[in-house]
Structures are given as C-alpha cells and as structure tokens.
Design a protein around this ligand. Structure first.
Ligand SMILES: [Zn+2]
Ligand SMILES: [Zn+2]
Length: 139
C-alpha cells in the first residue's frame, strides 16, 4: 500500500494523494470550473479569453492553465481565445501574424528589396542621375 497523505496546496486540508496534486474537494471544484469554461467555449467559439473569464467568473490564468494542460482543446473555431496578430490584433491560430499581415509584410520587404536593386543599377550605370535629380526637385 502506497498511500501518502498530503496537504492540499489549495485549501490546506489533508488528503490521500493519488494522481492529483489537490484534494478531491478542490479537484471537484476545478473540474466544475473546467466544465463551465469548456461549455462556454463550445457555445461561444468566438469569445476571447477575457470574455470567457468574465462570463464564467474564472480567471484568465486558470483558463490558460487548462489549455496548457491540454485539457481544453482549441479548434479552428476558437481562434480568439489565445493568439492575436501582433500587427492588427486579428485572431490567429498559430505564429505571430495573421495571413493578411504576413502577406503585407512580405510584400513590403519585397518592395524594399526591389527599390534597392534598382538603385544599385543606377549607381553602377550612373544613367539615372538626371531622373533622380528631377525627382528630388519635385519633392
Ligand atoms: Zn483542497
Ligand atoms: Zn494582422
């Protein structure tokens, strides 16, 4: 028999340690909270974590903990819950930018590279000097 008594880190009560780090009472409470969150997310896939927290009364950190523990699974419908595009705030499933911003940034990068290449040609050939001067005058 390998029964181990532990103090519940949540309520301090002594309990028989099994697989959970918390006492059965607290575990039950956490399960209830988990179910509330899960149900709310299922019904409101577009809600973000703040909205879920407000609606369920469960702190965002706890919701994140459920997610990190892998108990709460996100489907593509749950894009708002965790990640937002760093550029425009659009909900995303993975990475740091939404597709739109990623494409835009890539285009900007390409545009810059393109300009640089043309300028390089000017420098080496020295033919566009006049045009460049005209452009500057019009500025
Ligand atoms: Zn407890
Ligand atoms: Zn974006």
């Amino acid at each position: 028999m390998n029964r181990q008594l532990k103090n519940c880190p949540k309520c301090g009560k002594l309990f028989v340690f099994t697989t959970r780090e918390i006492c059965p009472e607290c575990a039950q409470k956490e399960d209830d909270e988990f179910n509330v969150v899960r149900e709310y997310i299922l019904e409101n896939p577009a809600a973000n974590i703040d909205e879920v927290s407000k609606a369920t009364g469960i702190s965002p950190s706890k919701i994140l903990k459920f997610l990190r523990e892998g108990r709460l699974m996100l489907s593509p419908n749950h894009v708002n819950l965790i990640l937002q595009c760093e550029s425009c705030g659009e909900p995303i499933l993975t990475g740091r930018l939404c597709k739109k911003c990623a494409a835009r940034l890539e285009q900007e990068m390409r545009g810059k590279m393109h300009t640089r290449r043309i300028k390089g040609d000017e420098d080496t050939k020295g033919r566009m000097y006049t045009l460049e001067r005209l452009k500057n005058r019009n500025r």
